[in-house]
Each structure stands twice: as C-alpha cells, then as structure tokens.
Design a protein around this ligand. Structure first.
Ligand code: SAH
Ligand code: SF4
Ligand code: F3S
Length: 478
C-alpha cells in the first residue's frame, strides 16, 4: 500500500443516542490518528461495529452483519480489521470472539478511549492496521477500568447540534433491562468539565445541545457535596447561561428523579425546550412493580400534570413496553388509558424482549405469546398515533421557530428542521443549515409538521426558483 494513502475507517452504529455519541468519539479518535472515512464497508481498512443489546432484534441484526463482514474481509484478502464495541460486547464477551473468529478487536463501552491503542497494537506487531492484531484477544471493561470518552475529539455530522454526555451507567434495577449490566454503575462527570465542554461547543457553532445519560436527572447524586453546584437543575441553569446555546434538551430522565428543582429550572430557563421524554413503560401498578420502576400509575400521571402546570405547552414523549411477563389484557388496557390521560405527543413502543441475566428473564412461565404481544403493540401504536396526530393539530396556524437541519428527503425541494417541541418540520423556504427561522405550520400528522417559512416581517419565503417544483403539501403523504 502507498505510504501516503491514509487508512480508511467505517463505523456502523446500533442503539440509542448514547451509542451514536460514542460513535462520534470513535470516529473523531480514528481521524486524530490520521484515518479518513471510507466510502463503504468494503473500502475500509478498519470496520467498527458499535453494538446494542437492549432487545433481541439488535443482537440478531448484528450477527447477520458480522456474517457479512466475513465476506468483506475475505474480498480484501484478509486486509481489514474488524472491531466490535458497545453494549453487546459487554454482554457476550468471549462468546462473541468464539462465534465470530474473524473479529479482531472487541471492546466494551467503557474502553472507547483505548480503542486507538488496541489498533496501535496491530501497528506494534509490525503490521499496518488492516491485519489481525496480536492473538485476537478481546478487550472489555465496564468495571474499574472504564472511563469517560469525553476528552476524545468528536466528529459531528451536524455542526449546529451536539450531544453532551453528563453521566454514564445506571443504578436503577428495572427488572427487564440489560443496561446496568453492560454500562455499569452510574458515574457523573464533573460539573465544570461539562460546562467547559458546552462553552467549547458553542464557540464551535453548536446552537442546540442534548444532555445525555441513562438516568440523566439523577446527575450529581454521587458528586461531592462541597458547596459548589452539582445537581441536574443547577446544570440546566449553567448551560442555559452559556452564550450561543439556544436550545437545550436532555434524555432520558427517570420519572422517580424528576424533582421540583428540575421542573422549576425547565420552566425558568428560556433555552430549555418545552419537551420532555418521560418513560412510562407500563400503566398498571402491578406491572410497574414487577418492572421495579419505583413509581405508581398515579404518581406518574400527577407528575405529568404538575410539569404541565409549570410548562403549559410541554410536549411529552415516552417509552412503553408491552407484553411484559404476566401482563393481562386488563393491565395492558391500563397502559392505553394512561396514554389517553397523559396525552403524549409521541411514544416509542416496544415488545418485551427477555435479556439473559436480567431479573425478569426468570419469569419464563409467565411469558406472553409473541402473537399476543404483537397484537397489543399494534393496538397501542394505533392509539398513540391517533393521540399524537390530534395533539399536533394545536400547532397548525401557529408560527414555530425551526432549527434548520438541511434538505428534506421528500419532497426534494423542501427543507427539514425541528420545532421547539422536537417535532420534525418539513417546510418550503430558503435558509442555511443551523439557522432558526419562523415557519407557519399548515398541516400536522402524528410525526411531522408541514409549513412555510416566513420573513421576520411575516412574509412568505419562497424556495429558491431553481429548486421549486409543482409538489404541493396536499400531495405529500407522510
Ligand atoms: N435509560 C433509559 C433508556 C433505556 S433503553 C430509560 O430508562 O428511559 C430504552 C427503552 O428500551 C426503555 O425505556 C424501555 O422502554 C425499552 N427496553 C429496555 N429493555 C427492554 C426489554 N428487555 N424489552 C423491551 N424493551 C426494553
Ligand atoms: Fe434500564 Fe431502568 Fe436504567 Fe433505564 S432506568 S437504563 S430502563 S435500568
Ligand atoms: Fe442499547 Fe446500550 Fe443504548 S444496550 S439502548 S446501546 S445503552
């Protein structure tokens, strides 16, 4: 290979925003080592799979892709390093390497910082990256040796939006969930370090930040009580005070840790967006207890009402699991009732998936047949979609400040952005990425708002003539 040719990498990401952010760190670190993005997987000297194991589906998807990776490695005469990182690695450890011997490097979610060294090892063996390093041993670690990857450079695809990790791990014991086992105990990043990172992001052009953690609002619980700011509410206020940051979001909070001071900070900080992801999981108290969610249906509904009283226009989204072991039809219908009561603007709905090593995995006698789980899911999806469509009608006729993200995929001559409520907006207009522009909303579906950009004086802004087409909003089906 030509010495001057930079080596190429390709990262494939599964799972949540935390993982997407980890992939930004992985890419940033590889670029710091002089690598450049590959056009596709076959073109890459190093392929990194950043995995998720929250449900069985992502596991299966990864296994299929790892089988395909064997082929891509063979096509390059073995001259490709296959690295697998993320949560599934922590759950499977040596099994993964035994099952997929063409995987060269495996690293847990707490060892991202070390990936460069693991790959360097390959160089140290006298081979360029692109040949199997060492003896194929894996590298894990969520325990003592894990570390924040926060000091690593980040490769962000959208300069105006940034994720900021504020904690890692989770101390909750939700009986269905694998996250505590694969991400470890909760650790909060130092307060000042987070503020400095956001200041740097603002200087770098970021206008929107999303604070990330598995249990984001228990941030600071284990930080030293030395009189300096340390709570999540104080963090929201500190980030709100940073010049240049116009939009603050965070995910995922736990309802049990949604304290008064956090609600007050949300209501009082103008940059904190009127949007909250509040995972419900289930609407029946018996199921919530079996899930070890630590709140009741009534407490959840009261909490939502209290937040709405402080932030009247707030948009709630949620996560719901159907078909938890032993869930009866009546209990499932309680979940449906709570959705109607709380009026979520959107919901991620999941079929319960048994994860080895979790408490609920032992409840095999009570497992719900897959066909029944599927039926419940479809019913729930219909209900949440209808509620979301109805909720979104309140925006029709209003003017929303939209953060422009780029060209819409469909139709081609429209722009795409996000409203303060974090709803996707497709609109006719003419504005650069990263601008926040007024858009009059003309139509709303369960997931999308359609609109037309206005000037500051309230006039319609037309799309540039070259890209205008005859498509009208009436013909768009979303
Ligand atoms: N820390 C976050 C997110 C955890 S994973 C939180 O607590 O909200 C995201 C979602 O996946 C969860 O909220 C839950 O709804 C879902 N989930 C987790 N484990 C699951 C399982 N075993 N089966 C189905 N869905 C699951
Ligand atoms: Fe999993 Fe519960 Fe922790 Fe969320 S709060 S990551 S669902 S254990
Ligand atoms: Fe998946 Fe790990 Fe996130 S299991 S959902 S990638 S924390």
């Amino acid at each position: 290979m030509n010495e001057a040719d930079p080596q190429k990498y390709h990262v494939i990401t599964f799972g949540c925003q935390m993982n997407s952010h980890d992939s930004e760190r992985i890419s940033g670190m590889l670029e710091q080592r002089g690598m450049v993005p590959a056009a596709d997987q076959d073109d890459a000297d190093v392929v990194v799979f950043n995995t998720c194991t929250i449900r069985e589906k992502p596991d299966q998807k990864l296994y299929t892709q790892l089988d395909q990776a064997k082929g891509s490695k063979r096509r390059r005469g073995g001259n490709q390093v296959i690295a697998v990182g993320g949560c599934l690695v922590e759950a499977q450890r040596d099994n993964l390497l035994a099952q997929f011997p063409w995987v060269d490097v495996a690293f847990g979610p707490g060892r991202i910082r070390d990936l460069g060294n693991f790959l360097e090892l390959a160089d140290g063996e006298g081979a360029s990256v692109g040949q199997t390093p060492g003896d194929g041993e894996g590298f894990y670690g969520i325990a003592d040796e894990r570390s924040f990857a926060s000091e690593l450079p980040t490769r962000r695809d959208r300069p105006h939006q940034a994720w900021v990790q504020i904690s890692m791990g989770c101390n909750m014991k939700c009986s269905y969930c694998i996250v505590p086992a694969v991400r470890g105990r909760e650790v909060s990043r130092p307060f000042a370090e987070i503020v400095t990172e956001v200041e740097r992001l603002a200087a770098d052009g970021a206008r929107e930040v999303t604070l990330l953690g598995q249990n984001v609002n228990s941030y600071g619980n284990h930080l030293p009580r030395d009189g300096s700011p340390r709570t999540f509410a104080e963090l929201l206020r500190a980030v709100d005070a940073i010049d240049g940051i116009d939009r603050i979001r965070y995910t995922s909070p736990h309802p049990a840790h949604m304290r008064e001071d956090v609600i007050a900070a949300m209501a009082e900080c103008s940059s904190v967006m009127p949007q909250l992801h509040l995972p419900l999981q289930a609407g029946s108290n018996r199921v919530l207890k079996a899930m070890r969610r630590t709140y009741t249906r009534e407490r959840f509904v009261d909490l939502a009402a209290k937040i709405r009283a402080s932030i009247p226009d707030i948009a709630f989204s949620t996560d719901i699991i159907v078909g938890f072991p032993g869930e009866t039809e009546a209990e499932f219908l309680e979940t449906v009732e709570v959705c109607r009561e709380v009026q979520f603007d959107g919901a991620f709905t999941f079929i319960y998936s048994s994860r080895t090593g979790t408490e609920a995995a032992a409840l095999t006698a009570d497992f719900i047949p897959p066909a029944e789980q599927q039926r419940r899911l479809e019913h729930l999806v219909d209900v949440v979609r209808a509620i979301a469509t109805e909720r979104h009608q309140r925006h029709v006729g209003s003017v929303q400040p939209v953060l422009v993200e780029g060209a819409a995929r469909k139709p081609a001559n429209r722009l795409r952005g996000r409203s303060p409520h974090n709803v996707k907006v497709i609109f006719e207009g003419d504005a650069p990425d990263g601008a926040i522009v007024p858009v009059r909303i003309v139509h709303a579906t369960s997931e999308t708002l359609l609109g037309r950009q206005l000037t500051d004086a309230g006039e319609l802004v037309a799309a540039p003539a070259s890209s205008r087409s005859v498509v009208t909003f009436d013909t768009i089906s979303t």
